[in-house]
Design a protein around this ligand. Sequence first.
Ligand code: PEP
Length: 254
Amino acid sequence: MAQRPYIVGNWKMHGTRAMLSEARAIDRAAQRLMKVEVAIAPPYTLIHPAHREADQISVGAQDCHHADGGAHTGDISAAMIADAGAKFVILGHSERRQGHSETDATVKAKAEAALEAGLRVIMCCGESADTRKSGNAAAFVENQLRGSLPETIDSASERLTVAYEPIWAIGTGDTATPRDIGDMHAAIRALLVELYGEEEGREIRIIYGGSVKPDNAGEIFAVAEVGGALVGGASLTADSFMSIALAAAETVDA
Ligand code: PEP
């Protein structure tokens, strides 16, 4: 792994200010684990306070709107989350694609807006259980990424991360097998090289998400082309989240 493993917590719609103590504990533990890049994406309401508490970890958002501003009741722009202290944004999560009818084109417009606002982007992709059963998972993910990723990104390897998250593995306790993860990450790598060129495409981190827990993290991080994890449920306590970060640190040469 050329870049440091990237371990990102997606808090989803969990957390009030009481959760800031977990953010502080994650930040303290991350200061002792410099081999790993640790980040959390709390709900919008906690971005600014979590950012103020954080010395080591970066804080990001779980979504943003594609417009700069205007009559979009209930939405929030990339510039607004950056102003609140966000350094990155998760885009195209399956819970957004399914629950908010986000198309590839919507996700791409959001990614362009986020990059324009100076944010890094974690682009999610992943197939349903039916698509995997039909044998079309790789083609589906490739199409989804072709439709969702911006054509050009300056310093793509620094500013873009792809998160492969099979939908059927999110929050279910089921994880993809190491072999399936390896095959999919290799297919995504080939696409990134095609889209962004050999130099940048080889360095863009591809992380895995879907029921990553302290007890399966080591096995997942041992898979070639796995550059970290996007973690939902297990990121809600510092103990379980940082156990996953520790498993990632153990894959890095001393
Ligand atoms: C996620 O929602 O991004 C996720 C991977 O969730 P979980 O770890 O709970 O499966």
